[in-house]
Design a protein around this ligand. Structure first.
Ligand code: GLP
Length: 244
């Protein structure tokens, strides 16, 4: 695990975007795994800036980590809508090369299998971008799930629902289930790039980097991956014991 500690969120995002740019320069037809949540928004802004300066995503394929169950892709809180408005609408990527699990698919189990199969058919993910949940989740892999899961249906923890409820109107139902790439799917990515900022992530960051590898803190599994870069700001790194 390579760990960078930057001064603030903007610097974290700039470095993450630089690493994604390097990946695409190295392999223009890269398969990128993408994430949602507040953390990657600054990374996407930096990538949009790079696109304005000439960087092309024409040959890139993307697979997103997860999607809520029960809301359609045009719902403003769907992760499909998030990706369109925060990234895809502003770059030259081909929409048919962007993939997000379908939260309306019935049965969801078949959608999960279809999703894993289509990642494999493309040759696997070259670089997977991740955020980090306050309880240590990655994608929507909540604590105490098996590491052996491929893409699967999950029930969201109350803490995750409450963290994500800020995006929903007061009278709106916050989904309680999601389809997410499993830990097994994520660990198959050739490179992993995780960003975490702010003091609310400090405890999860400490567990991920210095704790025991355990499903109790899903991100701790990343200690077993051969090629992980973690980019933190000072606050997210504040509980680490060692100097990095
Ligand atoms: C959600 C997403 C995760 C994301 C996490 C943290 O639960 N499924 O992929 O990493 O939120 O989000 P944020 O970056 O907003 O803190």
């Amino acid at each position: 695990m390579i760990i960078y500690i930057k001064d603030n969120y903007n610097e974290v995002c700039a470095l993450a975007a630089d690493l994604i740019e390097l990946q695409i320069k190295h392999k223009p037809s890269s398969i990128l795994g993408l994430a949602t949540g507040a953390s990657p928004v600054g990374v996407y802004d930096a990538l949009i800036e790079k696109h304005k300066q000439g960087m092309s995503f024409k040959h890139v394929t993307t697979f997103n980590l997860d999607e809520y169950v029960g809301i359609s892709g045009d719902h403003k809180n769907s992760y499909k809508y998030f990706m369109q408005t925060n990234l895809f609408d502003h770059i030259d990527i081909h929409y048919d090369k962007t993939h997000i699990p379908c939260g309306m698919a019935i049965p969801a189990k078949e959608e999960c299998k279809r999703y894993d199969d289509s990642i494999s058919a493309k040759g696997g993910i070259d670089l997977q971008l991740l955020g980090l949940g306050q309880n240590g989740h990655i994608g929507f892999n909540e604590p105490n799930l098996e590491f052996a899961n491929g893409t699967h249906l999950v029930a969201l923890d109350d803490s995750t629902k409450s963290a994500n409820s800020k995006y929903f109107a007061v009278d709106e139902h916050v989904p309680s289930q999601a389809i997410t790439m499993g830990i097994k799917t994520i660990m198959k990515a050739k490179k992993i790039l995780l960003i975490a900022t702010g003091s609310s992530k400090a405890e999860a960051v400490k567990g991920m980097i210095e704790g025991n590898i355990s499903p109790k803190l899903p991100a701790s599994v990343l200690q077993l991956h051969q090629d992980v870069v973690v980019i933190l700001d000072q606050e997210a790194a504040s509980q680490l014991k060692s100097k990095y």
